[in-house]
Design a protein around this ligand. Structure first.
Ligand code: ADP
Ligand code: AMP
Length: 215
């Protein structure tokens, strides 16, 4: 199963991707997670990416395209993968097409999660993320069993630097300008399924599974 989860910041891509990885035993490939790990380690790529991420902008296409090109060649992607947060621009989508053609792979589906802007802001300001494994929670909608601790690994839950309202608004603007055109791009390729991301987390997962069965 080779999937893309498309949608604005806060749509629930990471939440749903984690549930799908368990169900299908395929990896979640999140460019945001990979970039945050590089920032934390202080690699040259991380140093370069940090200023773009802090400002709520996009990291240059060539950087993320390189990350995904390398990642999709790893052994754990043989059965499939879930792309989360990539592609985010038309040039990234074109580059992905080339990478997949070179690997003789085809996408099965692009799932577009649709959520109202005001709900996105509430989700992102209330998001808490595990410092260790990156799993996301929410202060109201997805509360951890023990306050401040990750249910998966007991890591500390923190607020991401870019989950401040001003940066969130910038990220949503960037989404509208640079990423939204991908909805039509993949509709044109006959790969798009839209999913109502306003529903409860488990209901969204059920809708995704039903869209995958229909394909
Ligand atoms: P994305 O990866 O698309 O940026 P996340 O999966 O991190 O989004 O979700 C953003 C926030 O919204 C998280 O705090 C998550 O717990 C919460 N969330 C995700 N899906 C839902 C949902 N269907 N209803 C309410 N809150 C949700
Ligand atoms: P995310 O975790 O998907 O919300 O991504 C966090 C930040 O990482 C984004 O706001 C961008 O700065 C950067 N980023 C993640 N994925 C990409 C991508 N595909 N293209 C460009 N920048 C990205």
């Amino acid at each position: 199963m080779k999937l893309i989860l498309l949608g604005p910041p806060g749509a629930g891509k990471g939440t749903q991707a984690k549930m799908l990885t368990e169900r299908f035993d395929i990896p979640q490939v999140s460019t945001g997670d990979i970039l945050r790990a590089a920032v934390k380690e202080g690699t040259p790529m991380g140093v370069k990416a940090k200023s773009f991420m802090d400002a709520g902008g996009l990291v240059p296409d060539e950087v993320v395209v390189g990350i995904v090109h390398e990642r999709l060649q790893k052994d754990d992607c043989v059965k499939g993968f879930i792309l989360d947060g990539f592609p985010r621009t038309v040039p990234q989508a074109d580059a992905l097409k080339q990478t997949l053609a070179a690997l003789d792979k085809n996408l099965d589906k692009v799932l577009s999660l649709e959520v109202d802007t005001e709900a996105l802001i509430g989700r992102l300001t209330g998001r808490r993320t595990c410092r260790e494994c990156g799993r996301g929670f929410h202060v109201t909608f997805d509360v951890p069993e023990v306050e401040g601790k990750c249910d998966s690994c007991a890591g500390e839950l923190v607020q991401r630097d870019d989950d401040q309202e001003e940066t969130i608004r910038k990220r949503l603007e960037v989404y509208g300008q640079q990423t939204m055109p991908l909805v039509d791009y993949y509709r044109g390729e006959g790969l798009l399924a839209t999913v109502d991301g306003m529903l409860d987390i488990d209901v969204v997962q059920a809708e995704i599974l039903s869209a995958l069965r229909a394909s």
